[in-house]
Design a protein around this ligand. Structure first.
Ligand code: GLN
Length: 318
């Protein structure tokens, strides 16, 4: 990869071209400012087909410099030292070459205005899932009630911890089949000061909580179809398969989830599930067949059907 610190068309003086024989890092004495690096990298990322080249460049340079992204704007004209440029160059290669998502390179992602540590063991929290959190909160209106809440397949803990942060009185359980994911969820719970609010349990589907009843069950299960894997963004290769793919057709977790949720909901309790827009009608149909009522399909910020909600009939139901 050609990189900002190496000789490029922009450098003057030296004979440009083959620098591959050099072992001494940069090998040029040109001064690279923050702005120079951002411009170079934005062009490079754009040429490589990344969706948000400038934003990615800013986030990675800020990370290499140990700054927040917004701090860069005050430092556009400051030179960047060779060691930092070397670290940055490495990140550029990982982003554009290996297609590692920025959030994974940073080891961090914001969700529901909270900061989550992430790694390759967990699905990176996505803005789409904030629609689910919103839908769940709207169905937990009583500030005093100690709602029993389950986040099935919690991953980084994003849903469970966002709900815990909003509902301090709730009793929240989060499960995951992946021990690696639960470790990250526990770290996040600790870092957010919510460790006492969330019980973390390992196991598949509802297995760790059989015999319990919940006022709300939330889930962002793996729902992509492996049959579609070829057409998906290369970035997804860096997230855990078992958090992304619901079997060949995408339904291997959604199907049992839809069938079994009824048995774990308290009367009047809500199920709130994220899925692919193409799956919403099908899953809403299954929920109706399982005995849940009042199903609704909610759209994400991009206007796509993203969340299905339904509830177990309660005392007030006809
Ligand atoms: N929404 C994610 C994506 O399309 C998939 C998340 C999931 O399978 N739960 O990248």
């Amino acid at each position: 990869m050609s990189a900002p610190a190496k000789t490029s068309g922009k450098t003057s003086g030296k004979t440009s071209g083959k620098t591959s024989g050099k072992t001494s890092g940069d090998g040029d004495d040109r001064v690279w400012t923050v702005l120079d690096l951002l411009k170079w990298t934005t062009d490079h990322f754009a040429a490589k087909g990344l969706d948000t080249p400038r934003l990615d460049a800013e986030l990675l340079l800020a990370h290499a410099l140990g700054l927040r992204r917004l701090d860069l704007y005050l430092r556009y004209q400051e030179p960047v030292d060779p060691e930092t440029r070397a670290r940055y160059r490495e990140l550029i290669g990982q982003r554009a070459g290996e297609r590692i998502p920025v959030a994974l390179l940073l080891g961090e992602k914001e969700f529901w205005s909270l900061s989550f540590t992430i790694n390759a063991d967990v699905l990176t929290p996505r803005p789409d899932t904030e629609t689910l959190v919103e839908a769940a909160l709207a169905r937990l209106p009583d500030a005093e009630r100690e709602y029993a809440i389950l986040d099935m397949g919690t991953g980084s803990g994003a849903i469970a911890l966002a709900l815990a942060n909003e509902k301090p009185r709730a009793r929240i359980t989060a499960t995951d089949i992946s021990p690696g994911a639960l470790k990250i969820a526990a770290e996040n719970a600790e870092a957010l000061g919510l460790a006492d609010s969330v019980r973390l349990l390992e196991g598949s589907l509802f297995e760790p909580v059989r015999g319990e009843f919940f006022d709300l069950i939330a889930a962002n299960p793996p729902y992509l179809a492996r049959d579609d894997a070829e057409s998906l963004a290369p970035e997804l290769a860096h997230e855990p398969d078992q958090a992304l793919f619901g079997g060949a057709d995408g339904y291997s977790v959604l199907r049992p989830l839809a069938e079994e949720a009824h048995g774990l909901l308290a009367p009047g309790g809500w199920l709130v599930v994220e899925l692919d827009p193409s799956q919403a009608e099908t899953v809403a149909g299954w929920l109706g067949e399982s005995g849940l009522v009042g199903s609704e399909i909610l759209k994400d910020l991009a206007g796509r059907a993203r969340v299905v909600v339904a509830r177990r009939p309660g005392a007030g139901d006809p």
